[in-house]
Design a protein around this ligand. Structure first.
Ligand SMILES: [Zn+2]
Ligand SMILES: [Zn+2]
Length: 558
């Protein structure tokens, strides 16, 4: 093959988020050569931070590569409106300002989210119909409806002169999904007949045997539990799971009023009504009527299924909600499962409720939740329909992706490749191969700011959480003699040692002793003096405490 021709016409793929973690999904596809590519991006999501990142709520993909390539970026296509796929838009889209494509529900939810965040930028969206097809430069993109746990989840068929790629997005096979069309088997089979170069696919449940149950069965179980409840019922679920909201409403119809508790619930219900997903469902009531309804006439739909401290359910469990309280004998249903990292927070809420005598029902004992992601038999079925030459697992931690890769090999996919965030893979021509490493990483949302994960900020915060901080302020003359009394302050350090000596006094003595034992030349150099004192204070505290705090020494030379 003519090398010059082949290298100037390559189809490449790179995950910039979501390959190696569940969350912050961002994938890019490029056509061109290694020096000049036209790109499209798929999704721009967040991941949720756990206790290991103190003070951080959200993790976003580092998009410095896309910023650098902005002139070659033709568009950003959203597969669906879950936070791990579109949650970074408000923060990051202004840095790209590329044309954005999404279906109606996703676009409406983005709009509602922007309205709820003062100062959020205006983000224009090109609305694509379900199953629609559109061109972005040399890319021909077609949406494929997939069943999932939110309305309008789409896979993308990305057709190029070098072959067609199926980017699955999040999906499952549910022949009776309650809301929206089932996974479009016909279109996927047709892609298989047309010829599919590569599948870039969801690995979330690749280690789970069998098939995930249908939303219809979950709706039946929820209905049963709501109808049989002796007193109040509350259901908590991801607000975006409109299917569950509908199931609760159907079960309550004519028997109980549905009260929405939590801002995210209000927002989704408004969007779902606008887009027709709650057609035929009775009006919901706002939270202020809750207290006036008889206990057997109410079902509350609450936010907070992930144990979020500020969401409705956690506040109710702590008896801190202004409008809503539960009492013994009430029933709370978790129509959800904790996202990895949130397990402890969820257990705290459950224990808070149980301690109040409230009956808690979870998916451990009842079919009140199913995942929106494909299990092994569903993954096999998709591979059978599409028969790709290449499969690359994404949307998973390394274990999920390895399981997905092994499964694809067992199913006879000839070329299976696993890659991580930032790895650039050539899909065609020739066998798939990693050809480059792009700048990739993580950003942390820290209050109103975005900070790079490579900055010291969060690592420092973790260190402070472990060992606290000691500050020492010293004034010395030009000759290096102490002027006045040094000041010592501690934060997050024990007050006394095992013998009852005050730790601040120990730090003070260590500082003075260090200064007095230093040669005069060192005492006259403020930096050398500070460093000597810092070491002495940390060593003195380590001797009684077995920990070394962060220590700041301020030297004022008079
Ligand atoms: Zn999803
Ligand atoms: Zn996802």
């Amino acid at each position: 093959m003519d090398q010059a021709v082949s290298s100037s016409n390559e189809l490449v793929f790179a995950p910039l988020g979501g390959a190696g973690e569940i969350g912050m999904n961002l994938a890019i596809y490029g056509l061109g050569d290694s020096r000049h590519c036209k790109w499209i991006a798929v999704d721009l999501g967040v991941a949720f931070a756990g206790d290991d990142l103190p003070g951080i709520d959200l993790i976003l993909p580092d998009i410095r590569y896309l910023i650098q390539e902005r002139d070659n970026l033709l568009g950003l296509v959203l597969t669906h409106a879950h936070e791990d796929h579109f949650g970074a838009l408000i923060d990051l889209w202004p840095r790209l300002k590329v044309p954005l494509y999404a279906t109606q529900f996703t676009a409406a939810l983005l709009q509602a989210k922007r309205e709820g965040e003062p100062g959020a930028p205006d983000i224009p969206v090109n609305v694509v119909p379900l199953g629609g097809r559109f061109g972005l430069g040399p890319f021909d993109i077609e949406l494929v409806s997939m069943a999932h746990s939110i309305p309008e989840s789409n896979a993308l068929i990305i057709r190029t002169p070098l072959g067609a790629v199926l980017h699955t997005g999040d999906w499952k096979i549910d022949p009776t999904p309650v809301i929206g069309p089932p996974t479009d088997e016909t279109k996927l089979r047709a892609l298989g007949n047309e010829g599919c170069l590569a599948v870039i696919g969801d690995s979330t449940n690749a280690y789970r045997e069998g098939r995930s149950p249908s939303e219809t069965d979950v709706a039946a179980c929820l209905g049963e539990l709501i109808r049989s409840a002796p007193r109040r019922v509350a259901v908590t679920t991801f607000a975006s799971n409109v299917t569950r909201l509908r199931a609760v409403a159907k079960a309550a119809a004519g028997e109980r009023e549905v009260v929405l508790v939590g801002r995210a619930m209000d927002r989704i219900v408004q969007v779902a009504r606008e887009t027709g997903y709650l057609e035929g469902v009775q009006d919901f009531r706002s939270v202020d009527v809750y207290g006036h309804l008889p206990v057997e006439k109410v079902v509350a739909l609450c936010t907070g299924s992930q144990g979020e401290a500020r969401a409705a359910l956690a506040r109710i469990a702590q008896d801190e909600h202004p409008d809503v309280a539960f009492s013994p004998g009430d029933r709370v249903i978790f129509s959800s499962r904790a996202i990895p990292g949130n397990e402890k927070a969820v257990m705290r809420v459950i224990n808070g409720l149980v301690a109040q005598g409230i009956e808690v029902i979870t998916d451990r004992t009842h079919l009140v939740h199913v995942s929106g992601h494909p299990r092994i038999e569903e993954l096999k079925e998709l591979i059978g329909w599409v028969r790709p030459q290449i499969l690359i697992p994404v949307h998973g931690e390394p274990l999920h992706m390895a399981e997905h890769a092994a499964l694809a090999r067992r199913c006879g996919v000839r070329r299976v490749l696993t890659c991580r965030d930032g790895e650039l893979v050539r899909l065609a021509p020739g066998p798939p191969e990693k050809i480059d490493e792009l700048p990739a990483g993580r950003l942390y949302k820290d209050g109103a700011l975005l900070v790079s994960a490579e900055e010291r900020t969060v690592a420092d915060r973790r260190r402070l959480g472990f060992g606290g901080i000691v500050s020492v302020a010293l004034a010395v003359s030009h000759r290096g003699d102490l002027v006045g009394d040094p000041r010592v302050m501690t934060t997050g350090v024990p007050e006394t040692d095992a013998h009852g000596n005050r730790i601040e006094d120990l730090a003070y003595e260590a500082a003075v002793e260090a200064l007095e034992s230093m040669p005069r030349a060192q005492r006259r150099d403020p930096d050398a003096l500070a460093e000597g004192v810092r070491r002495a204070v940390r060593a003195a505290l380590a001797a009684v405490w077995n920990k070394k705090p962060t220590c700041h020494v301020h030297v004022l030379q008079l």
